[in-house]
Design a protein around this ligand. Structure first.
Ligand code: PMP
Length: 407
């Protein structure tokens, strides 16, 4: 009998562990700033009104069935998803150079993109078989790339001294990395730091990437969530495509449509020719078939309805603004409380400069742990807070607790 004696006990996922600890805590003022999921001003999950509307249309459609989707997904969804990230007038789309397939949300897109590279990227000619990840990054990137046999390494990204971008080091690393290296780059609203390059810096990054022939593996999990504007948050991706940077994009609808558990996403690989795009897509279909056979239908149908209907699309944009603006308001309020009311030592401007779901507060591991243990504020030990966990009822409590631990 196989007793699995040699199977080591794996550690629990840190984010899920935090969520369970928060749920078990009976303290009335407890705050969950761990998980990256949007909450409304009453700490409740928010079903976007446009999603509710689209769901009603979908479920009342007498023709609705539960047949399998095509292997590469619902075309009405993947086509609209490609237009959403690349822009409707994208040269790559107009020239038929994009292979789009539906995936198990952003995670599945990262996995499929990694798997495709592991099979088909030309790692010869002195290019190390490595995926360069930003330091730090979404921790799951490490196991995703390891899992497909592309060892992850890191490139400089965050500078703790400025609580900002280590731009010079980042650029120097891009310049010195072997030609044709693969770089995983967050398209907007960097997780976990909330620190993005400026447009000027993005253009310099594009220039070096082109010069060195690097491959950009864009991870776009927060389009619209960062600024409240879908187009503004896709700016870097579109600019890179326009300049002919070789790239792919992992796209998630978890955050911007609040469809976390429905697992709605897509992978878009941009090729130099439409012929190549057909070949690439044929291989993506084989990889998808062996892993999930075909993707889930429900969330893709909801998003296809929203993105292909002008009225629903406008309503979605308003819902995205609602979320982004609430988060931006919390950033301003937190900074105001710390700087103006509590006179907390240190500079807190980074709270309003950072964008998206997360803020890197810059506090130490010890201070983060003290917040959890003494104040019932749950956050990861790297000092990252999910801005979506703050609201008008708890922001003052959090600011006061933060003030106490940094004094
Ligand atoms: N990439 C990044 C950078 C993320 O932050 C996330 C969500 N935490 C994802 C990808 C994937 O999320 P999902 O699979 O829920 O779309």
């Amino acid at each position: 009998v196989e007793k699995w004696d040699s199977v080591p006990l794996a550690p629990a996922d840190p984010i899920y562990k935090l969520t369970y600890a928060y749920k078990d805590d009976t303290y009335p003022q407890k705050v969950n700033l761990g998980v990256g999921a949007y909450r409304d001003d009453n700490s409740k999950p928010w079903v976007l009104p446009v999603v509710k509307k689209a769901t009603d249309i979908l479920l009342n459609d007498p023709a609705l069935d539960h047949e399998y989707l095509p292997i590469t997904g619902l075309p009405d969804f993947t086509n609209a998803a490609a237009r959403l990230i690349l822009g409707p007038d994208s040269p790559a789309l107009l020239e038929g150079r994009v292979s789009s397939v539906q995936t198990i949300s952003g995670t599945g897109a990262n996995h499929l993109g990694g798997l495709f590279l592991s099979r088909f990227y030309r790692w010869d000619e002195g290019t190390p078989r490595v995926a360069y990840l930003s330091d730090p990054t979404w921790v799951n990137h490490f196991q995703i790339f390891r899992g497909v046999g592309i060892p992850p390494e890191t490139y400089p990204y965050y500078d703790p001294a400025t609580i900002g971008l280590a731009f010079d080091k980042y650029l120097a690393f891009l310049k010195s990395a072997p030609p044709r290296s693969v770089f995983v780059i967050h398209a907007c609203a960097h997780n976990p730091t909330g620190v993005d390059p400026t447009r000027e810096q993005w253009l310099q990054i594009a220039e070096v990437v082109l010069e060195r022939g690097h491959y950009v593996f864009f991870d776009s999990a927060y389009q619209g969530f960062a600024s409240g504007d879908l187009d503004a948050d896709a700016w870097a991706v579109r600019e890179f495509v326009k300049r002919g940077v070789p790239l792919l994009i992992c796209q998630s609808f978890a955050k911007n449509a609040g469809l976390y558990g429905e697992r709605v996403g897509a992978l878009h690989i941009v090729s130099p020719s439409s012929e190549a795009a057909v070949r690439v897509k044929s291989q993506l279909a084989i990889l998808t078939r062996s892993e999930i056979s075909s993707p889930p239908a429900y969330g893709a149908r909801v998003m296809a309805l929203i993105m292909n209907n002008a009225e629903l699309f406008e309503e979605w944009k308003r819902d995205i603004k609602t979320m982004a603006e609430r988060i931006i308001t919390m950033r301003k309020e937190l900074r105001r409380l710390l700087t103006e009311e509590l006179k907390t030592p240190g500079n807190w401007d980074h709270i309003v400069k950072q964008i998206g779901m997360f803020s890197f507060t810059g506090i130490t591991t010890e201070q983060s742990l003290a917040l959890t243990e003494k104040a019932h504020v749950y956050l990861t030990t790297n000092g990252r807070i999910s801005m979506a966990g703050l609201n008008s009822h708890n922001v003052r409590y959090f600011a006061e607790c933060l003030d106490k631990v940094v004094r």
